[in-house]
Ligand binder design. Structure first.
Ligand code: ATP
Ligand code: MG
Length: 502
């Protein structure tokens, strides 16, 4: 049997159902989307694509760009999306690493990127944010691709590079079955069905917008309101016609700043999902107060798709990422020895399940170091499972602070600081300290108009935390440095404040 993800997602759909509503644009049915995929698939084959070949793509978000993902998969290729913010120098790294046979970019970047594509013998085609370009022209001439290429469940459907928050991005190889199994699990867990309409305002070069949001909609025959970028006003405008929003935490903090966010405005919605970075407990609380909806936080990563989720029915607990998804196992181990820890203890989170990737592209040593022979993937995230089975993430292993020989989990200190009146959010990092190895620097963002002072914070912490967990230096900033997925860039903070104690 053909295990091509395309067949599983679109093989049985209702052709006449609406799939996409673009703000201001006309509706697109499943049938029309499939016809688009067939044309694009034809163009890819004509450009020389063979099963297993990579198609690298750096284009603006558009319906055609989304169809390109499915066209590549249908043709048996490996889809490789790249962050639109990457510079030509960064693109050179990815193309040299992945050696795609086809590279599709925005027409405005073609001149700068053509020599790089030529270096790796990739054929270059273009696609702009309106869906125009040489790829589209080729797709109108090519004979449409009707049948999905025959693929096994373990064959790679996509290579997604990790966000590069902790170091150089790595290419995670995701199989047809990795993607399908996770999509089906989420449809069930989050109760997706054909009457649902998702507001899709995430980028489609990252696992959250490309796989979680899109595959869940396709697998359930639902529809989506497709927005090119996150714009709080547009989201509010769409809510009366929608049922679900998936966002990164900054979506929610920004929406909370809109007066238009009310109980009435969100009345038609049934679910708000957050992930890709930790959601502040305060955001969770404020959202529930304002709208009556408890945001459902879930935890995943490029290498594994989604691992855990707060329940659909049942308590969605702020500051936790919920239960392991059905079929996904989570264990917590000693980061040094790998030994299993007693329940409730903090350690390295490891995951196993049909969602776990096939390894890092051309990095056998890294793959061997992070993917155990028994199938567990060492996530790099530290956390614990509480007595009720909820998973708590306390931060990344690389962000753990070791000061005077003691471990400090940044989240513990950050949560205490965040809870103070006048504080919006904070980030704690360890930087070199002559006596303690590392000293703690806490960076604090005040609530708008608040005047909480360094002494107020330090005094409050004295009563709450052991002295070694308290910051040796406090810095106020207007905002924390974040990447496009809303992740706080602690490496940037560590670099910026590295001389604090020297
Ligand atoms: P790199 O691996 O290149 O350093 P990255 O890990 O940031 O980058 P992604 O795969 O995009 O790249 O992000 C996955 C990470 O995001 C997880 O390992 C985890 O640290 C974080 N994350 C995702 N969801 C949550 C969440 N709900 N709460 C806390 N952290 C989360
Ligand atoms: Mg990572």
């Amino acid at each position: 049997m053909n295990r091509n993800l395309y067949d599983a997602l679109l093989g049985q759909c209702h052709q006449d159902s609406t799939l996409i509503k673009e703000n201001g644009g006309s509706a697109i049915t499943y049938g029309e989307f499939i016809a688009e995929i067939s044309r694009l698939g034809g163009a890819l084959i004509e450009a020389g694509l063979q099963p297993g070949d990579r198609v690298a793509v750096q284009v603006e978000k558009s319906v055609r760009a989304l169809a390109l993902y499915l066209a590549t998969v249908k043709a048996g290729g490996i889809f490789l999306p790249l962050n639109t913010a990457y510079t030509p120098a960064e693109i050179e790294y990815f193309l040299t690493d992945a050696e795609p046979v086809i590279f599709i970019c925005d027409p405005s970047k073609q001149a700068a990127l053509s020599p790089i594509a030529a270096q790796v013998n990739a054929k270059i085609l273009t696609l702009d944010g309106n869906g125009d370009g040489s790829l589209t022209e080729a797709s109108l001439k090519a004979s449409p691709l009707v049948e999905a290429s025959s693929r096994g469940g373990k064959d790679v459907a996509a290579i997604l590079y990790t966000s590069g928050t902790t170091g150089r991005s790595k290419g995670a190889m995701l199989s047809h079955n990795n993607l399908l199994s996770n999509a089906l699990t989420l449809v069930d867990y989050w109760r997706f069905s054909s009457p649902d309409t998702l507001i899709h305002a995430l980028p489609i070069f990252h696992t959250h917008g490309l796989f979680v949001a899109t595959n869940v909609v396709l697998a359930s025959g639902a529809s989506m309101i497709f927005q090119q970028r996150f714009d709080p006003a547009q989201i509010l405008q769409s809510m009366p016609d929608a049922t679900v929003l998936m966002g990164v935490p900054t979506f929610y903090t920004r929406l909370l700043q809109s007066d238009g966010l009310t109980r009435e405005a969100t009345q038609h919605m049934r679910l708000f999902v957050s992930g890709s970075a930790p959601l502040l407990a305060e955001t969770h609380r404020e959202w529930e107060e304002r709208t009556g909806h408890a945001i459902l936080e879930r935890y995943g990563m490029t290498e594994t798709n989604m691992n855990t989720s707060n329940p659909y029915h049942g308590r969605r607990i702020a500051g936790t990422v919920g239960y392991p998804l059905p079929g996904v196992e989570i264990r917590v181990t000693n980061p040094e020895t790998g030994a299993l820890l007693a329940s409730g203890e903090i350690g390295m989170i490891e995951v196993r399940g049909p969602n776990v990737f096939q390894g890092y592209w051309r990095m056998p040593e890294k793959t061997a170091a992070e993917l155990r022979t028994d199938g567990f993937f060492i996530t790099g995230d530290l956390g614990r499972v509480d007595q009720d089975g909820y998973v708590h993430i306390v931060g990344r292993g690389k962000d753990l602070i070791i000061t005077g020989g003691y471990n400090v989990y940044p989240k513990e200190l950050e949560s205490e600081i965040d809870a103070l009146d006048g504080v919006h959010e904070s980030a704690a990092v360890g930087v070199p300290h002559p006596d303690f190895g590392e000293g703690i620097v806490a960076v604090v963002v005040r609530e708008p108009g608040a005047s909480i002072a360094e002494s107020d914070i330090l005094e409050a912490l004295t009563q709450r935390l052991a002295s070694y967990k308290r910051p040796k230096k406090l810095i106020f900033l207007e905002e924390l440095p974040r990447n496009t997925m809303g992740k706080v860039q602690k490496n940037v903070l560590r670099e910026q404040y590295k001389d604090s104690f020297r």
